[in-house]
Design a protein around this ligand. Structure first.
Ligand code: UT7
Length: 325
């Protein structure tokens, strides 16, 4: 049966120039390089310059993805950005990026699913493509997470960073089989009962401030391992595949120990898990497209490879996408 699928036609990424190491952070909060590396795997993070906005990071990543895909501004029907750190309360950061790129048609909006933001954006764009409404979509994960951190709170400020990643999706006729190229499935979940384990203590309606990230790290960790192993199994069984069929896992980059435990639970070698958190830290919605970009550019992920994308974060919101490159 012939169906429309979304193919990944290009990838792009952007990281702010300034690198902040764990030793740099040990000068402002009571922490150490040893603690951060041992408990999280993070060694450094990029931090946006004063005046450098989420839309600037997103625009740079989008430009690279469009060039990689060989598309121009006239080709883009839809822009979806996953972000928790929009430039402004409104309009959407996606509309600013649309203007920056010189895209004057189609539609553009943000989705808010924190660390699962890119996954939610990807799933949303995929649905528009599969419905036939959209031919070419730009999907971006972009964050200036440093702006919502409490730099006196060592529980959270050592874990996050800034960055952006983007992909171009193109509609393609496919056979409807699990051997097709493109997005084979997406599965999204949310459960608002866990709101208090990971949240920001501010917002336009509640406090009229932006607020700072608050997290019960241990509890989030516990939920993450169970929920992530669950969505990997869900994606594989929905497609009649097993973990032996996977070439790569590209997870949200929160904690090295979460990645290792999830890989073990689903029976994958850690060698097939793309890890970038040592260099980028947790960039929330940007972490997956940044990791995907890294592994595509260094030649690990090749055309035809089967890639499992998964994320879990604030909300809780979590999910997966299974993609053949
Ligand atoms: O992206 C969204 C999803 N987020 C996540 O998935 C994050 C999930 N959680 C985690 O990654 C981990 O729980 C953390 C890395 C946040 C923390 O690791 P942990 O092994 O759970 O440590 P902990 O919170 O139990 O803290 C252990 C100790 C505590 O001291 P006491 O109470 O044992 O004396 C903390 O106060 O480490 C202390 N601590 C620190 N020490 C040095 C907490 N933060 C720091 C720090 N430097 N930055």
């Amino acid at each position: 049966m012939s169906i429309i699928r979304s193919r990944l036609a290009g990838v792009g990424a952007y990281l702010p120039e300034r690198i902040v190491t764990n030793d740099d952070l040990a000068k402002i909060v009571d922490t150490s390089d040893d603690w951060i590396v041992e408990r999280s795997g993070i060694r450094q993070r990029h931090i946006a310059a004063d005046g450098e906005l989420t839309s600037d990071l997103a625009t740079a990543a989008a430009r690279e993805a469009m060039e990689d895909a060989g598309v121009t501004a006239a080709d883009i029907d839809l822009i979806v950005i996953g972000t928790t750190t929009p430039d402004d309360t409104f309009p959407a950061t996606a509309v600013k990026v649309q203007a920056n790129l010189g895209v004057h048609q189609g539609f553009a909006f943000d989705v808010q699913a924190v660390c699962s933001g890119f996954l939610y954006a990807l799933a949303t764009a995929d649905k528009f493509i599969r419905s036939g409404d959209v031919k070419t979509a730009l999907v971006i994960g972009a964050e200036t997470f440093s702006r919502i951190l409490d730099w006196t709170d060592r529980d959270t400020c050592v874990l996050f960073g800034d960055g952006a990643g983007a992909v171009v999706l193109k509609a393609a006729e496919s056979e409807g089989k699990n051997t097709d190229v493109g997005i084979l499935s997406t599965h999204l979940h949310a459960d608002g009962r866990h709101r208090d384990l990971l949240y920001v203590d501010g917002g336009p309606s509640s406090t009229q401030t932006v607020g700072h990230v608050r997290m019960e790290g241990k509890e989030v960790f516990r939920h993450a391992v169970t929920k992530l192993a669950g969505v990997v199994d869900e994606a594989l069984s929905a497609n009649g595949l097993s973990s032996a069929d996977l070439d790569w896992m590209v997870p949200h980059q929160a904690n090295r120990r979460i990645l290792a435990m999830t890989a073990k639970k689903v029976g994958m070698s850690e060698a097939n898990v793309v890890v970038t958190l040592d260099k980028h830290a947790n960039t929330s919605a940007a972490s997956i497209p940044l990791a995907l970009h890294t592994a595509v550019r260094d030649g690990r992920i090749k055309p035809g490879h089967l890639v499992l994308i998964e994320a879990m974060g604030g909300g809780f919101a979590w999910g997966s996408a299974l993609v053949r490159m």
